[in-house]
Design a protein around this ligand. Structure first.
Ligand SMILES: CC(C)(COP(=O)(O)OP(=O)(O)OC[C@H]1O[C@@H](n2cnc3c(N)ncnc32)[C@H](O)[C@@H]1OP(=O)(O)O)[C@@H](O)C(=O)NCCC(=O)NCCS
Length: 201
C-alpha cells in the first residue's frame, strides 16, 4: 500500500510535504494514523463508544468531501489528511479540516500542508473563500491557521460538548485575496506547479 501511494500524482509539493488526492486504498494507513487520542481531543471527539463514527475516515465514493488530500512526506510516507467540504449553498466556498498523525506534529508539516492546500483551493478549484471551525482551546491549530491568513469571524458559543463540558468554536475564514497577499509576504516555499509531471520515487 505504501509503495503504491508513492507513485500517485502529486498536486503540490513543498520543502517538507506534498499533497495528493486520497484514494480508497489509503484507508488502512489513514485509519492507523487517525487512531490517536490527541486528534480526538482537538477535534472534539469524546471517548464514548458511539464516537467511533467520527474517527472513521471515509474515502472515495464513501466520502462526503469535495476533496480529500493525503499529506505525505517527500518520499510519499503518509502523515495526515486535509479535506475540503462542500456546503449546501454553492458560493465557491468550502470548509477545511486537517489533522496530522502522532509523531509528525509540531515539525512544520501541518503549516506547509495547509499552505499548499490553500494554493490548490484558490488557484485550481477557484474558490472564493475557505472557512473552518476550531475549538477555542486549540491554540496550536489557531496559530497554524492564523499564519496562513485565517481570521476569526465569529464565536459559536458552546457548540460542542466534550465529555460533560460545553466548548465554544471559533469560525475562521480566509478569502482568496487575503491568502494571495499573505502567501506572497511569507517566506517562499519551493513548489512545483501541479501541471509539472510529478517525481516518481
Ligand atoms: C493542528 C495541526 C494540523 C498543526 O500541524 P503541525 O504540523 O502540528 O503544526 P506546525 O508545526 O506546522 O505549526 C504549529 C504552530 O503552532 C505553534 N504552536 C504549537 N503549540 C502551540 C500552543 N500551545 N499555543 C500556540 N501556538 C502553538 C507552533 O509554534 C507553530 O507556530 P510557529 O511556526 O509560528 O512556531 C496538528 O497539530 C494536528 O493535527 N493537531 C491535532 C488535530 C487538530 O487539532 N486538527 C485541527 C482541528 S480544527
Amino acid at each position: 500500500m505504501r509503495g503504491n501511494s508513492r507513485r500517485l500524482p502529486v498536486l503540490r509539493a513543498g520543502r517538507l510535504v506534498q499533497i495528493r488526492r486520497a484514494i480508497e486504498s489509503d484507508q488502512a494507513e489513514l485509519a492507523r494514523l487517525r487512531s490517536d487520542p490527541e486528534i480526538d481531543h482537538f477535534m472534539g471527539i469524546d471517548a464514548s463508544p458511539s464516537a467511533w463514527l467520527w474517527r472513521h475516515v471515509p474515502l472515495g465514493d464513501q466520502s462526503a468531501a469535495l476533496t480529500d488530500l493525503m499529506i505525505t512526506d517527500l518520499v510519499g510516507e503518509p502523515l495526515g489528511l486535509v479535506s475540503l467540504w462542500d456546503r449546501a449553498i454553492p458560493h465557491n466556498a468550502a470548509e477545511l479540516s486537517i489533522w496530522i498523525g502522532a509523531g509528525h506534529r509540531d515539525r512544520g508539516f501541518g503549516s506547509e500542508a495547509l499552505r499548499l492546500t490553500l494554493r490548490f483551493a484558490f488557484n485550481d478549484l477557484h474558490l472564493h473563500k475557505v472557512y473552518l471551525r476550531v475549538l477555542e482551546f486549540n491554540h496550536r491549530a489557531r496559530r497554524t491557521y492564523e499564519k496562513c491568513g485565517f481570521a476569526v469571524e465569529g464565536v459559536l458559543r458552546e457548540e460542542m460538548r466534550i465529555e460533560t463540558v460545553w466548548h465554544s468554536l471559533l469560525y475562521m475564514g480566509l478569502l482568496a485575496s487575503d491568502f494571495h497577499a499573505i502567501d506572497l509576504a511569507i517566506e517562499p516555499i519551493d513548489e512545483f506547479d501541479s501541471r509539472t509531471p510529478p517525481a516518481i520515487v
